[in-house]
Design a protein around this ligand. Sequence first.
Ligand code: HBI
Ligand code: FE
Length: 294
Amino acid sequence: MSADGFSNGPPPGARADWTIDQDWEGYSQAEHDVWITLYERQAKLLPGRAADPFLKGLEALDLHRAGIPDFGRINEELTRLTGWSVVAVPGLVPDDVFFDHLANRRFPAGQFIRKPEELDYLQEPDIFHDVFGHVPMLTDPTFADYMQAYGEGGRRALGLGRLHNLARLYWYTVEFGLLETPQGLRIYGAGIVSSHAESIFALDDPSPNRLGFDLVRVMRTPYRIDDFQQVYFVVPSLQSLLDATLQDFAPIYTAVETAPDVAIDAVLPTDRVFTRGAQTYARNGGRSATVRPQ
Ligand code: HBI
Ligand code: FE
C-alpha cells in the first residue's frame, strides 16, 4: 500500500490515470431519481445562500433536473468556458493522481451515486457531491485558475512533505469556503453546497466560528471529516483566493512548520471575526460520529 493508503495501481478496468468511462447509459432510473431528489432539494434552498458564480455555473451547465448529467454534454460547455473537463473515476484517487488531474484542468468525479437510504450520509464523495458541488464553480475563470494552481501546488507539496497543510487549504476553501458579499456571506464550498443540512448550518447556525481567510491561519487549523465544521473561513473575493496561491509557498511552509496547530474552535486576537460561535452544536456531540453530512 502506498503512503496515502492506496494499492499501487489503478483498480481493474481503470486507466493508468485512474479514469474510467462514465457509461451514462448504464445508470438506472432509480439512480437518476436519487440525483433528481438531491438536485430539487438544493435548487430550492440555494438561491440567496450559494454565491453567484455557483448559481451562474449551475445555469450555464444546465445540470438539469432530469437526472444524472452526461459528462460529454457538460464538458462541451465547461471546456468552452474555462478549459476544464470532468473525468469519471471510481472514487477517491491517490493524492498525486488527483493533483495531476487538477493541474491539467481535469476534475475527477466519482462515477457512482449514493443509495436512496444514504441521502444525507456518505462515506466517500459521489457524483452528486463532485458534479453538483464542485463543477459549477469551475465555470468561473478566477476559480478555475485557482483550482489549477492548487493542483500544481499539490504536486510541489507532495515533494516537500507538506500535503497535510495544503489539504487544509483545500478543505477550508474548495470544500467548506464562504464568500463575503454586500448581501452577506454566501457559500462556494462544494461540501456545504451539496449538503442540505450544512447549507443551512454554515450560514445560519450561531454555533460555528466564521473567520476571515488567512493562508497561514488556515494551514494551521485542523478540520472535521465526520460532521459539520466548527469554523468556516470567509474570503473577500475569489481573486484574493487565487492571489494567495500565486505566491511562493516555501516561506509559508516554514512559518507553518514552526507554529503549532490552532485549536479547531479557537478565535485568535489576530482573527477577523464575522461570528464568534457558541460551539453549542459540537459541544452537544454533534451528529452520531458515523454520519457525515454531504
Ligand atoms: N480523489 N476523486 C478524488 N476526489 C477528491 O476530492 C480527492 C481525491 N484524492 C485526494 C483528495 N481529494 C484530498 O486528499 C486532497 O485534499 C488532496
Ligand atoms: Fe469534494
